[in-house]
Design a protein. Structure first.
Length: 245
């Protein structure tokens, strides 16, 4: 069957959201250190933040979308030598602190910055459209944020629609059905959100390994990928070549 639709993730697939988070998390740590009147002795400051971030995400029902106020509180406990997992459990139970409200506001403002495009994304989108493929962006993030980033990078002409929903095998089954009698593919950077459920939903799944992977992701999931691509253009190139066989 011919390939007619390409679904693609947005964050860390089309643009480098991780770089925005790195900057925001380091600034948050600096602000919390000022509140605590102490600095972490750990050399890898970003690693220190992400240990607490990942512990919270592993314990909170919303995973990586837990309230950022909890991270500020967890870091405060971390500076007092509470372990990441213990801090995560404590702040989920206790909630936020009044003194962290302002610093979290600045953290969220940093996250509003438009992330830079990843390599060869416009070229990949142009190739998809030239090949007659419809491109849909599928994201668990804010619809407004995705649309704003697409507009800022002048990518809207290449995208048929932006879909925002929780990613699951059921969602991908529905997306697969939209392409019938043709086939569809999913391109993404997260094995547990983009690749494994896409394959379970009946889609071709192209994985672009990103700089960040949650600690709970089993690297054995890599076997689920139909193809592993270096960047977005390589992903679309493989798909168009496959579709022409």
């Amino acid at each position: 069957m011919a390939l007619s639709i390409v679904y693609t993730d947005a964050d860390n697939t089309l643009w480098d959201t991780d770089s925005i988070y790195r900057a925001a998390q380091l600034r948050l740590l600096e602000a919390v250190e000022q509140i605590a009147g102490a600095q972490t002795e750990v050399r890898d400051r970003l690693g220190f933040v992400r240990d607490y971030d990942q512990a919270l995400a592993s314990e909170h029902h919303a995973r990586l979308r837990y309230p950022p106020e909890l991270l500020a509180h967890a870091l405060l406990l971390g500076l007092r030598r509470t372990s990441p997992m213990r801090a995560a459990q404590d702040v989920i139970r206790l909630g936020t602190l009044p003194e962290t409200v302002e610093v979290v506001g600045r953290f969220q403002e940093t996250l509003k910055h438009t992330p830079p495009l990843l390599p060869n994304v416009p070229e990949g989108l142009r190739l998809a459209v030239t090949a007659g493929l419809k491109v849909y962006v599928v994201s668990e993030g804010s619809h407004h944020a995705v649309m704003s980033a697409l507009a800022a990078h002048e990518l809207l002409p290449y995208v048929s629609q932006v879909l925002t929903a929780t990613k699951s095998a059921t969602l991908y089954q529905r997306l697969s059905a939209l392409a019938k009698p043709d086939t569809a593919a999913m391109i993404g950077d997260q094995l547990d959100r983009d690749i494994v459920p896409a394959r379970e939903g009946g889609l071709i799944a192209v994985w672009i390994p990103g700089a960040f992977a949650p600690k709970w992701v089993d690297r054995g999931m890599e076997a689920a990928a139909t193809f592993v691509a270096q960047d977005f253009y390589a992903a679309v190139s493989w798909l168009t070549a496959r579709g022409n066989r």
